[in-house]
Design a protein around this ligand. Structure first.
Ligand SMILES: Cc1cc2nc3c(=O)[nH]c(=O)nc-3n(C[C@H](O)[C@H](O)[C@H](O)COP(=O)(O)OP(=O)(O)OC[C@H]3O[C@@H](n4cnc5c(N)ncnc54)[C@H](O)[C@@H]3O)c2cc1C
Ligand SMILES: NC(=O)c1ccc[n+]([C@@H]2O[C@H](COP(=O)([O-])OP(=O)(O)OC[C@H]3O[C@@H](n4cnc5c(N)ncnc54)[C@H](O)[C@@H]3O)[C@@H](O)[C@H]2O)c1
Length: 441
């Protein structure tokens, strides 16, 4: 049986980070990938989504500026846009595999455990000093009749021709972001939501303002609706819900994601897990010594995001080579939904402390600034949360919320004092960054 220093199961952002770091050592490493090298983010997640958003933003901003100096809004040609997307992204998995292969052994296939020490793939068995599970998450399946008609983010982000009508089940990050893209390209979009609100984690006011903005662009929202079955008549699909029927041509199932543990045969091991993923200790070690888990597959309270997965990859590398003995501690984590307008946040949610006298919440409409008025952006609102003089939370809805909130993450993460900030930082003017100094107490 072949033995390695490290076996990495998966090659997404978490494992890829570790693989790059391990390439600079003399460790013998095996990387096992069952699907596309590079994982979710570069192939069917963040990267293709933000690439498509480039053209979509232009279309939506030009619509917003109609009668404000723009007479003809831009039009999106989905087919042409997807050609450029496929050209850019199709080579990535094989290029990523080649990069990994320059330094490590690779096995193309899904790995499973034989016991607490042995991994099997393609009929070969391997052992290692450290086995690292970085298998990520996969879309939830809906167990309803007609579930075979449901599509995932993977399918939609490769869709060469745009169906005239698209129904989206679920209004979390994936549902809202992908609905924004296809609606801007001209599809008639209906969102089916099983509760009375979208996203969660942002403020109610931000949720509502985002729904209002999307509705104004013609996107339909059906709240408190549970899909019960899907049927097909000719080319038309019908989703039956407890709120009535939705007729459509294409259905995106965006009802959340579940950890990729099924194929691992964890029942052959003593690795503990729950429905959120694999349980780890402060050193990312599972309940079995020598076996670790990083990235989206981990059961933890931090959001499942690419920078978090990479951070854990960096931490585990440092820990395994003896550079640190400390337990992992996470930085201030910023998060955004790349909708139009965007919503973004870091730290304390203003809604959670609205009635707590220890906190002061400041709401700042941004539409009066020339920067925002120039975009005819009527919505942009920044909300800051202070505990005493310290900024502890920031959230925003607006065309550039993600970039705007990035200005506040260092202040919260580094606990920067307002006076020190004003003394040492002079931001570019005019941009949101230039207002930060004035907004601090
Ligand atoms: C549509 C979409 C948009 C997103 N947008 C953003 C964004 O804007 N910003 C952000 O921060 N995050 C975003 N995310 C989340 C981000 O993609 C994930 O947090 C990130 O990819 C997690 O990295 P990972 O390495 O843990 O897992 P993954 O990237 O999922 O990689 C895991 C890999 O393991 C492989 N694998 C699974 N089981 C096995 C097995 N048994 N054997 C071998 N290989 C296996 C899989 O094939 C996969 O390649 C988005 C996700 C989606 C779906
Ligand atoms: N911009 C980003 O950073 C970004 C983008 C996409 C994904 N992600 C990551 O991926 C994770 C998963 O995103 P997601 O959108 O798949 O999940 P999510 O948990 O954010 O949203 C799932 C949605 O589906 C709904 N839902 C669940 N079960 C349902 C059912 N049976 N019927 C109808 N609706 C149902 C939920 O109420 C929710 O609105 C996110 O939490 C985030 O960590 C991040």
């Amino acid at each position: 049986m072949k033995k390695y220093d490290e076996i990495l199961i998966g090659s997404g952002p978490a494992a890829y980070k570790m693989s790059n770091l391990l390439a600079k050592t003399n460790h013998k490493v095996l990387v096992i990938e069952g699907f596309e090298y590079g994982g979710t983010c570069p192939n069917y997640g963040c990267e293709p989504k933000i690439f498509l958003e480039g053209a979509v933003r232009t279309v939506l901003q030009s619509q917003q500026l109609l009668k404000h100096g723009i007479s003809q809004p831009a039009q999106l040609d989905w087919h042409a846009l997807m050609q450029t997307k496929l050209q850019r992204f199709n080579p990535w998995p094989s290029e990523t595999r080649e990069i990994i292969k320059k330094s490590h052994d690779v096995e193309d296939g899904y790995a499973h455990f034989i016991d607490d020490k042995t991994v099997s793939v393609n009929g070969h068995q391997y052992q290692a000093n450290h086995i690292i599970i970085a298998t990520g998450q996969t879309p939830n399946t809906l167990t309803i009749p007609g579930k075979e008609y449901l599509h995932t983010n993977y399918d939609l982000l490769s869709l060469k021709n745009l169906p005239p009508r698209i129904a989206v089940i679920g209004a979390g990050f994936v549902g809202l972001e992908l609905a924004t893209l296809v609606a801007a390209a001209g599809a008639e979009v209906t969102m089916i939501i099983h509760s009375d609100r979208i996203l969660r984690g942002f403020t109610r006011a931000e949720d509502k303002a985002l729904v209002d903005a999307m509705q104004k662009r013609g996107i339909k929202f059906i709240f408190n609706a549970n899909p019960q079955k899907v049927s097909q008549q000719g080319k038309e699909l019908t989703i039956t819900t407890d709120q009535g029927e939705v007729k459509t041509d294409y259905i995106l199932n965006a009802t959340g994601r579940q950890p990729n543990i099924e194929k691992l045969s964890l029942n052959n091991t003593n690795i503990a897990y729950d429905r959120h993923g694999i349980k780890v200790d402060g050193h990312m070690m599972t309940s079995v010594e020598g076996i670790y888990a990083i990235g989206d597959v981990v059961s933890r309270k931090q959001p499942k995001l690419t920078p978090v997965a990479e951070f854990e990859g960096q931490y585990l590398f440092d820990y395994l080579i003896g550079k640190t003995t400390q337990q992992i501690t996470y930085p201030a984590i910023g998060q955004a939904a790349f909708t139009f307008p965007e919503v973004a946040k870091v730290g304390v949610n203003p809604d959670d402390v609205a009635n707590d006298p220890q906190y002061q919440v400041k709401k700042i409409p941004l539409k009066y600034g020339s920067l925002y008025a120039g975009q005819n952006d009527q919505i942009s609102t920044l909300t800051l949360v202070f505990k005493g003089r310290q900024l502890v939370g920031a959230s925003e809805i607006g065309d550039y919320a993600a970039d705007d909130i990035n200005n506040f993450i260092p202040i919260i993460g580094l606990h920067i004092d307002s006076n020190e900030y004003r003394q040492k930082v002079m931001a570019i003017y005019p941009a949101l960054g230039d207002k930060v100094a004035g907004l601090l107490p």
